[in-house]
Design a protein around this ligand. Structure first.
Ligand code: K7E
Ligand code: CUA
Length: 671
C-alpha cells in the first residue's frame, strides 16, 4: 500500500476555493442589476415593437400570458415522455422552458447516467432484456404518484413500450432509481398508470404474443398468443416496485392499448381499451389484409373492466400460474372469480380516461367521430344483473346499451381525453387536427350547456395531435387553466432543420369558459417523440437542493460506505487492485496524480464535498468511456481495467468556477 495524498498544498487550495466562491457571488450581484427599468431597456412603445415584429393583439396577449421574466419560476411543471429518446422531459409552464432531461432507459452523459457510475450502471442493467443490454426505450406514459387521487410530487413512473419495462424516478433528486423488465411480455403500452394511492403501477400489454417470450406460429394465434395486464406493487417506504408482490392477468390476444385506474366511486377497478379484437395476423406480403385493414373490420372492440381489488385477493390466495417465474391469473380464473368483463366500444378505440369523480369511463374510437362515455354505476348494475354474452374465451360481454351513458360527436379521429375542473372534458382530434372542449354530463349552470353532453368548441392545433395533457388533469380535482397539445407533425411551424422535424407542444389557455380557448405558445421538441405528459402544480414538488449528507449515494438514497471527507483522500494498492478515494471541490480533485500500472483493476470513488447549491462537478476520464456528474454531497464510484497505457488527463466537465479549467489531474498508466 502506498499513499499519494499530499498535504503540502492545502493553503493554496483554500485560496483557490475562495476565489471560486467569490466569482459566483459576483455573478449573482450582477444579475440583480437588471431589476431597474432603465437597465431593462423598456422603451414604452410596445405598439411600435409589435408593429415591427408583425404581432397581432392576440399575439401580444399570448406573450403576456406566457412570458416569464428572468428569475421568476413557473406555476406548473410538466413531466413529458421523451418518446424513443428513452428519457423523460421536465418542462416549466406556462413558459414552456425545458428544465431537465431525465436519463431513464438511455444513457445520458450530462447526468453521468450510464457512463461508468456504478449505481447508474446497475439500474440500467436491471433493464436487461433476456440478458441483452437494451440501451434505449420508447417512453410513452409518465404517471405521477398520487395520494387520495391527487398528485403528491414524490415519484414519477414511465414505461418503455418497445421492451415492456417500467422505470421509477424519485422526485427528491429527479433521478431514475429502478427499472423492471416485464417477465411475461415482449412489449407494453398501457403503462404507466397508478391507482389513487400509488399502491399499484399498471402496465398493460399491446401486441399479443405467447406469454413469457416463447415461440408459437402465427397459425396458432388464437390458441397460443395472449394479451396481458401487469400490476406492479409499489412500496413508498423503499421507493421501489416489489416484483415479488406483483402479478399479471392473462387476457385474450386482442391488443390491449391504454389503461386507467378507477378513482373515488370506481376506485379498485381498472379499465383498458383494446383493438384488433378481429385477431388479425397480418401478412400483406402474402395477399392477406394488412394489419391496418384486418384490425379494423369490426364495429366494436372491447373495453376491459377489471376488478383489481378482487384480483389482488385472488393473487394473494395463490390462484395463479407461474409464467417465466411470474404469477399470472389465467383467463379461466379471471372468469370464475368475476375479475374481468368486457363492454363493447366503437371502433378501434385509443385510450380510456376516467373522469375526476370516477363515475365515467371515456373512450374514443379512432375511426368514429364520437366519444363514448360509460357509467360506472351502469356497469355495476349490468354485472349484477348477470345477463351477458361471452367472447370466444368465455369473458362476459356487457350489453352496450346497458352501460353507455352518452355519445358526443366531437370530430374526426378522436384519441385522448382530459378533464377540467368545471365539468368540461377535452378530447384530441388527430385528423382535424384540433382539441375539442365538451361538457361531461352537466348541466352546469355556468356552462349554459344544453344538452348536458355536447361539444362546446374546438381549437385547431399544428398538427395531428396525439395526447393532450391538462394541469392536474388525471387527478380527482383537475386545475384547468392550461392544456398542452402534444402534436406529431410540425411541418411549417418552425425553421426547416432538414427532413426530420421536431414535435410540437402547443400550450392552450383553457382558463375561460365557453368558446374561448386560445393557443398561446409553441414549443418544439427536438428529442424523441413525446406521447403523454402529466402536469403538476410546481409547489407540490419539494426536491433536495443538495444531497442530505456529504457522501450520499443517490442509487440507494443513503450514506455511501466509501464517502470521503476532505483529509481522508487516499490511494491503496493490493496486488493489481488499486482503490482510490478522491474528493472534488472548487477547483480541484484530490489526489491530482494517480499512478497505476497497465493491467491494474481500478476502483475509484469520488465525493463532491461541496454544500453549495448548484456546485456540481463533472469527472471525465478520456479513453475509458467514463463521465460522471457529481452533485453536491454525492459519492460516485466507478471501476475499470487499465488496459491502455499512457497519460490520461481527467478533468471536471462542469464549468464550476473561474479556475474550472485547472480542475484536472493526471492518471499515469505505466506499461
Ligand atoms: Cu396515443 Cu402510446 Cu398513449 Cu402515443 S399513445 S399518442
Ligand atoms: Cu469542477 Cu469544473
Amino acid at each position: 500500500m502506498k499513499t499519494l495524498f499530499n498535504r503540502r498544498y492545502i493553503l493554496p487550495f483554500l485560496i483557490m476555493v475562495l476565489i471560486g466562491f467569490g466569482l459566483v457571488a459576483a455573478c449573482g450581484g450582477l444579475g440583480g442589476a437588471t431589476d431597474t427599468p432603465e437597465a431593462a431597456g423598456v422603451s414604452g412603445d410596445i405598439q411600435a415593437i409589435a408593429a415591427e415584429r408583425g404581432l397581432t393583439p392576440a399575439d401580444i396577449e399570448a406573450a403576456v400570458k406566457t412570458f416569464t421574466p428572468t428569475g421568476q419560476h413557473d406555476e406548473y411543471i410538466m413531466f413529458a415522455s421523451g418518446g424513443h429518446s428513452g428519457q423523460m422531459l421536465v418542462i416549466g409552464m406556462p413558459s414552456m422552458r425545458l428544465l431537465k432531461v431525465i436519463g431513464v432507459f438511455t444513457p445520458e452523459p450530462w447526468q453521468g447516467w450510464g457512463y461508468g457510475e456504478e449505481g447508474t450502471m446497475e439500474i440500467l442493467d436491471q433493464g436487461l432484456v433476456d440478458g441483452e443490454e437494451v440501451l434505449w426505450g420508447d417512453t410513452h406514459h409518465p404517471a405521477l404518484s398520487e395520494t387520495d387521487g391527487e398528485y403528491d410530487g414524490e415519484w414519477v413512473f414511465i414505461n418503455d413500450k418497445a421492451n415492456a419495462r417500467i422505470a421509477v424516478i424519485d422526485l427528491r433528486d429527479f433521478e431514475t432509481k429502478q427499472i423492471v423488465k416485464n417477465p411475461i411480455a415482449v412489449n407494453d403500452h398501457g403503462g404507466t398508470m397508478v391507482t389513487p394511492n400509488t399502491d399499484w403501477v399498471i402496465e398493460g400489454g399491446q401486441y399479443a404474443a405467447p406469454l413469457g417470450w416463447e415461440y408459437a406460429s402465427l397459425d396458432a394465434y388464437e390458441e397460443d398468443y395472449r394479451g396481458m395486464v401487469t400490476f406492479w406493487k409499489f412500496d413508498r417506504e423503499s421507493g421501489r416496485i416489489l416484483t415479488d408482490q406483483s402479478f399479471a392477468m392473462e387476457l385474450p390476444p386482442y391488443w390491449q392499448d391504454l389503461c386507467d385506474a378507477g378513482k373515488l366511486v370506481s376506485e379498485g377497478w381498472v379499465f383498458c381499451n383494446s383493438f384488433n379484437t378481429e385477431m388479425a395476423t397480418g401478412g400483406v406480403e402474402s395477399g392477406e389484409p394488412p394489419f391496418e385493414a384486418g384490425a379494423s373490420q369490426r364495429d366494436m372492440d372491447y373495453m376491459h373492466i377489471i376488478n383489481l381489488d378482487k384480483a389482488v385477493e385472488v393473487a394473494n390466495a395463490g390462484k395463479t400460474e407461474m409464467v417465466n417465474g411470474f404469477p399470472v391469473i389465467s383467463m379461466q380464473t379471471a372468469v370464475d372469480e368475476d375479475l374481468l368483463f368486457f363492454a363493447p366500444e366503437p371502433k378501434s378505440p385509443h385510450g380510456v380516461d376516467i373522469s375526476p369523480g370516477g363515475e365515467y369511463m371515456v373512450v374514443s374510437g379512432k375511426l368514429d367521430p364520437h366519444v363514448t362515455t360509460y357509467s360506472f354505476e351502469k356497469i355495476q348494475s349490468a354485472i349484477e344483473a348477470g345477463n351477458f354474452e361471452t367472447d370466444a374465451y368465455g369473458i362476459p360481454i356487457l350489453a352496450f346499451d346497458d352501460v353507455v351513458e352518452s355519445q358526443v360527436e366531437v370530430g374526426l379521429g378522436p384519441l385522448h381525453t382530459q378533464f377540467g375542473p368545471d365539468g368540461y372534458a377535452y378530447t384530441s382530434l388527430f385528423l382535424e387536427p384540433a382539441v375539442a372542449r365538451w361538457t361531461l354530463g352537466g348541466p352546469y349552470e355556468d356552462l349554459n350547456s344544453d344538452p348536458p353532453w355536447s361539444l362546446v368548441t374546438k381549437t385547431f392545433v399544428h398538427y395531428n395531435v396525439g395526447h393532450i395533457a391538462a394541469a392536474e388533469g388525471d387527478t380527482v380535482s383537475p386545475d384547468g387553466k392550461y392544456l398542452v397539445s402534444l402534436n406529431k407533425w410540425a411541418i411549417d411551424r418552425f425553421q426547416n432543420v432538414g427532413p426530420l422535424l421536431p414535435q410540437n407542444f402547443q400550450l392552450i389557455d383553457i382558463s375561460q369558459p365557453g368558446t374561448t380557448m386560445p393557443l398561446i405558445y409553441d414549443m418544439p421538441i427536438g428529442i424523441g417523440e413525446p406521447h403523454y405528459a402529466q402536469i403538476i402544480k410546481a409547489d407540490k414538488l419539494d426536491p433536495w437542493e443538495v444531497y442530505p449528507e456529504i457522501g450520499w449515494n443517490p442509487s440507494t438514497q443513503s450514506l455511501d460506505p466509501n464517502a470521503t471527507l476532505a483529509g481522508e483522500e487516499r490511494i491503496e494498492r493490493d496486488g493489481n487492485n488499486v482503490e482510490i478515494w478522491m474528493t472534488a471541490v472548487r477547483s480541484h480533485f484530490n489526489p491530482e496524480h494517480v499512478e497505476i500500472n497497465q493491467g491494474d483493476h481500478v476502483v475509484w470513488h469520488i465525493t463532491n464535498v461541496e454544500r453549495a447549491y448548484d456546485a456540481t462537478h463533472g469527472f471525465a476520464l478520456p479513453g475509458y468511456n467514463i463521465n460522471l456528474s457529481i452533485e453536491p454531497g454525492e459519492t460516485a464510484t466507478f471501476e475499470f481495467d487499465a488496459t491502455h497505457d499512457g497519460v490520461f488527463s481527467y478533468y471536471c466537465s462542469e464549468f464550476c468556477s473561474a479556475l474550472h479549467l485547472e480542475m484536472v489531474g493526471y492518471m499515469l498508466v505505466e506499461p
